[in-house]
Design a protein around this ligand. Structure first.
Ligand code: SF4
Ligand SMILES: [Zn+2]
Ligand SMILES: [Zn+2]
Length: 312
């Protein structure tokens, strides 16, 4: 197998693009795809920081690495979730710290245990007021809140996450199967800054998991091994496996599926507001919420009785 461009021995074969690249030309291809996605969706501004949520997984490390190489003022944010089982949080923190040190990237650490005396695992073990919500739903809300808070405090152009094409296509499939207009309006690579929320961007939204793994291999980016002990979204994994199966038989389907949606996404614009109306500032932290006090402040700060769970 040879590189399509220079004829050197191939480093990677990309079936979806029907091509092979040597290490050097794959690297150029990867960075070009990230840059094009950023420009196409107007994601970032060259002179304003971008806060990247870094978990220690391959996607978040790859996006931080690529944005930094493209010259954006990257600041990593690692949220220590306080998950002791299997040493998950400790390993994630160690990998993230080492990566940022090696690549000269500013790192902000936010520890739930330091801030509130307990982490996500304690929510699962202890008696919690939001019984109707899964641990992942509360954890996701917590992460989104902290990312927003830090991005606004830093005056960042956006919060970036490492979501890749496989994530976007899988989420799209799940949303299409339910025809969920609210989420179909939001399965986008960029969500504008509005109602006091920071802009959210996904610069790897058009790069596949396979391409990201190859980028990590090329640059010797070590990622945290093992999964969070609470990861149980079997449905999401089933949809992902289904798309992988289709992709194997018809390379390029995932990309075509997601690109097709991007062409029609504006049709769902009216559903964006959701069921709870326009947000207003939380009475405690000032960040946007659909009720008097936001879920984050109720859950972590015990700010108000949790009479009626609402969207975070
Ligand atoms: S799997 Fe669930 S609990 Fe674990 S980090 Fe992800 S969202 Fe949080
Ligand atoms: Zn080449
Ligand atoms: Zn609040």
């Amino acid at each position: 197998m040879k590189c399509r461009i220079c004829g050197a021995p191939a480093f990677v074969k990309l079936a979806a693009h029907n091509t092979t690249f040597c290490a050097e030309h794959f690297d150029a291809f990867f960075l070009r795809q990230v840059r094009r996605t950023i420009e196409r969706f107007g994601m970032l501004e060259p002179d304003r920081p971008v806060v990247v949520a870094v978990s220690g997984g391959k996607d978040s490390l790859a996006v931080t690495h690529a944005l930094s190489r493209l010259g954006y003022p990257v600041e990593a944010l690692h949220i220590d979730l306080g998950i002791a089982t299997g040493g998950f949080s400790a390993a994630s923190l160690e990998i993230t710290e080492k990566f940022c040190r090696q690549n000269g990237i500013v790192l902000h650490l936010y520890s739930l245990e330091e801030e509130f005396g307990r982490g996500v695992e304690a929510l699962e073990r202890g008696r919690r007021p939001f019984r109707s919500r899964s641990i992942c739903s509360l954890c996701g809300m917590t992460k989104r809140h902290i990312m927003n808070e830090v991005a606004l405090a830093r005056g960042a152009a956006a919060v970036a996450t490492g979501h890749n094409l496989d994530d976007m296509a899988t989420a799209l499939l799940a949303n299409v199967l339910r025809w969920d207009g609210f989420y179909l309006a939001k399965t986008l690579p960029v969500l504008a800054s509005e109602h006091g929320f920071a802009r959210k961007v996904k610069p790897l939204a058009l790069l596949s998991e396979e391409e990201i793994l190859a980028y990590c291999r090329l640059h010797g980016i070590a990622r945290v091994e093992g999964r969070c002990p609470f990861a149980r979204d079997a449905k999401f994994l089933r949809y992902k496996a289904l798309l992988n199966d289709i992709e194997q038989h018809s390379p390029g389907t995932k990309r075509a599926f997601y690109e097709g949606y991007l062409g029609y996404a504006s049709l769902f614009r009216d559903h964006r507001q959701g069921r709870s109306g326009a947000p207003r500032p939380c009475g405690v932290c000032g960040l946007p919420t659909s009720s008097e006090v936001c879920t984050f402040c109720r859950l972590w700060r015990g700010a108000a009785p949790a009479a009626k769970p609402e969207e975070g």
